[in-house]
Design a protein around this ligand. Structure first.
Ligand SMILES: [Zn+2]
Length: 263
């Protein structure tokens, strides 16, 4: 049976999906995929918001160096800068023009993968002031993880070499509140909400009995546990071990708009 072939956005060449996964999972000691892929996200593409704006710290044109791969630290600074603009009400809306749409139509090189909650008040592109082609975004209720989610996150690193994975929970998460209330009452949840409940049970158990607000403690436990799951992902681990990618936890405040990366 022939294997489906899909175009690779990172190399421009066609290759089988299986060959990509094998290269990532087994061949990373010598880092062939990363080193041989010239189209990894580069600092130059994000050094200035070319759609407009006067440039912010961490994205100054003086830092620009087309072709220089973005490191996890640099990407983190870019996201922090964008979040500061969001908090201060000084959004620059980078990469949200027709020109940008056309620029990335043929290939994408996102900065980061953000795995976050579905909550309508926490849209990653807005809270980090980014635009089209900048972020892979995976969203589930209370950023609950499963094999499909983990595969999506792996795709971002394996296919587009995104250097940073952000697991972002948030203040007063409704899904976590639902889970805490239901589990405290010893009830089951209807239909597939039971899947969400089951996925949140480890965080619920980890936070149970801690001083402070039980929902907030569970949100933070869920972030930490998910970070740990991704850090131990067999496909991602070699990237992390060699410093090419990093998983970070983040907590978003609905009240202030601040993303705290210190979770
Ligand atoms: Zn939520």
């Amino acid at each position: 049976m022939s294997e489906p072939v899909e175009p690779s956005p990172s190399s421009g060449a066609s290759r089988t999906r299986r060959s990509v996964l094998v290269a990532g999972a087994a061949g990373l000691a010598a880092a062939p995929l990363w080193a041989a892929t010239p189209a990894a996200p580069a600092l130059g593409a994000y050094a200035a918001d070319r759609d407009g704006g006067s440039g912010g710290s961490g994205e100054r044109s003086g830092d620009a160096a087309d072709g220089v791969p973005l490191t996890p630290d640099r990407v983190l600074r870019i996201l922090e800068d964008g979040n500061r603009r969001w908090v201060a009400g000084r959004l620059r809306h980078p990469h949200q023009t027709v020109a940008r749409r056309e620029q990335v139509a043929g290939a994408q090189h996102p900065l980061a993968t953000v795995f976050s909650c579905i909550d309508s008040r926490v849209p990653p592109e807005i809270v980090f002031d980014r635009g089209v082609g900048d972020l892979f975004v995976v969203r589930t209720a209370a950023q609950t993880n499963d094999g499909l989610v983990q595969g999506a996150v792996e795709y971002g690193v394996e296919e587009s070499l995104t250097p940073l994975l952000v697991v972002m929970g948030h203040q007063r998460c409704g899904a976590v509140s639902f889970a805490v209330e239901t589990l405290n009452a010893g009830r089951d949840a209807p239909a597939h909400l039971q899947d969400v409940l089951d996925a949140l049970r480890p965080a619920y158990e980890a936070a149970k009995g801690l001083p402070g607000d039980q929902v907030d403690n569970t949100v933070r436990a869920q972030i930490r546990l998910t970070v740990r799951q991704l850090e131990h992902d067999a496909l991602l681990e070699p990237y992390e071990r060699t410093g090419r990618a990093r998983v970070v936890g983040a907590y978003y405040s609905l009240d202030t708009g601040v993303v705290d990366f210190c979770v």
